[in-house]
Design a protein around this ligand. Sequence first.
Ligand code: Y43
Ligand code: MG
Length: 201
Amino acid sequence: MKNDKLVIATKNKGKTAEFKKIFKPRGIDVLTLADVKELPEINETGSTFLENAMIKAEIVSKHTNLPVLADDSGLIVDALDGAPGVHSARYAGDHDDIANNQKLLRNLDGIPMEKRTARFHTTLVLMRPDGSKLVSNGEIAGIILKEPQGNNGFGYDPLFYVSEKKKTLAQMSQTEKNEISHRGRATVDLMTKFDSWWRQK
Ligand SMILES: O=c1nc[nH]c2c1ncn2[C@H]1C[C@H](O)[C@@H](COP(=O)(O)OP(=O)(O)OP(=O)(O)O)O1
Ligand SMILES: [Mg+2]
């Protein structure tokens, strides 16, 4: 497993930091899209997390000729019939976390705490240039607060309250978040199959 390279197919700095923390201890050399030259355009046109993760994984693994891990994730809010869902990154503006959080709060205006239930979802696709792949999923349940709390993490973290921990994801350290988050859980699920998949070339 020494000198093995894995490209994380994300432009999201928050995701990148979380994945580096997870994969570096495994002796895997983690590259990101910042290391990829002449990256083709990636349009997330899928209607499911799986479709979008597949789009990212396919484009990047073909282009780099390396194994790639792609993450598509988002926030599913019950009172909004599952929105923003696959559109989480583009809910209010293109990758504008502050605008996205404000729009979420506006759309939940007047909704009482007990009806503000939500979950984060992650689908991971690990793919080789030959198209062979591993897929995993992870979720975490929470409640959307009426105002943000905490400065860690990224995206919707300051609004996402985890009852068991009595704090938001943005009030947790990266290690604490990885232990319980959708992304952390999807990664644990992936890792149960990873070692044997990674060795078979
Ligand atoms: O742990 C999380 N904590 C807070 N917010 C999160 C989290 N995980 C996903 N999210 C939100 C951020 C973004 O609004 C959307 C993901 O969209 P998604 O397309 O998967 O990622 P992205 O466009 O930011 O980066 P990229 O596609 O290059 O991986 O869900
Ligand atoms: Mg995206």
